[in-house]
Design a protein around this ligand. Structure first.
Ligand SMILES: Nc1ncnc2c1ncn2[C@@H]1O[C@H](COP(=O)(O)OP(=O)(O)OP(=O)(O)O)[C@@H](O)[C@H]1O
Ligand SMILES: [Mg+2]
Length: 232
């Protein structure tokens, strides 16, 4: 296990699953902080799935870089084509991810900024290597956690499990963000938000569906969030 590479301020954005909204939440945090005049850097240890583009959506490190002003390669040092877990993508490429190198890359990004916003890969227990998980990476960075979660059926257990898993590793969870939050939430969705907040004692916030995802629309959405509390 690599030693800690604790960065001064920031947050680690995880989610209950892959494809939930980590990138959009992390990008909104970056855009919101930057719009407030904060020097912010983003970091994501590895991006997989470049062979399977999501329509016109940019890859994670590309969108994050647009919101911070970094180059995409300064956000993410390693990318793979197949849309599989990082440990498997690396194995298929005949290599293995190097946790100390991933931490050093994140620390370098943090050095050039006041705040580091890190995005995980999938959920917390996704293996980056067979002995180093996304959760281990969050612990090594020493950042508090923001959890992106779905608004609908199934989200209570997935979110509480994620918060429990984060806390079991000593991570502090600052916020849950339900995304995309509908303009008129159903009674179940409204109850999900309240039940998650009661169940884990973490404030639950929401992100409305954004028709256009740009640094401007993301910053405007993030204006509703207490960003300074999340990255303090
Ligand atoms: N508030 C929102 N407005 C618009 N689109 C959203 C919103 N929340 C989630 N999405 C969409 O859901 C999809 C998944 O979101 P995102 O890429 O942020 O997930 P992720 O958790 O980062 O996925 P991965 O595990 O691949 O990193 C994207 O197409 C994204 O645009
Ligand atoms: Mg993502």
């Amino acid at each position: 296990m690599p030693g800690p590479a604790r960065v001064a301020r920031g947050c680690f954005v995880t989610a209950t699953d892959t494809g939930v909204g980590k990138t959009i939440v992390a990008a909104a945090i970056c855009a919101g902080l930057r719009a407030a005049g904060v020097r912010v850097a983003a970091s994501k240890p590895v991006v997989t799935g470049l062979d399977e583009p999501d329509g016109d959506s940019p890859a994670d490190h590309v969108l994050l870089a647009r919101c911070t002003g970094q180059a995409p390669a300064d956000v993410t040092p390693v990318t793979f084509g197949p849309a599989v877990s990082p440990h498997l993508a690396a194995a298929w490429a005949g290599t293995e991810l190097d946790p100390p190198a991933l931490l050093a890359h994140a620390a370098l990004a943090a050095d050039a900024a006041d705040v580091l916003v890190a995005e995980g890969v999938g959920g917390l227990l996704v293996p980056l290597t067979t002995s180093y998980s996304v959760r281990d990476h969050a612990v090594a960075l020493g950042l508090p956690v923001v959890v992106a979660a779905r608004p609908g059926l199934g989200t209570i257990s997935h979110t509480l499990l994620t918060v429990q898993s984060a806390r079991a590793a000593g991570l502090e969870v600052r916020a849950v963000v339900l995304t995309p939050w509908p303009p008129t939430p159903s009674p179940m969705e409204a109850d999900n938000a309240a039940t998650i907040a009661d169940g884990c004692g973490v404030p639950v916030w929401t992100l409305p569906h954004l028709a256009a995802i740009t640094p401007q629309t993301l910053a405007a959405a993030a204006a509703a969030w207490p960003l300074q509390d999340w990255v303090a």
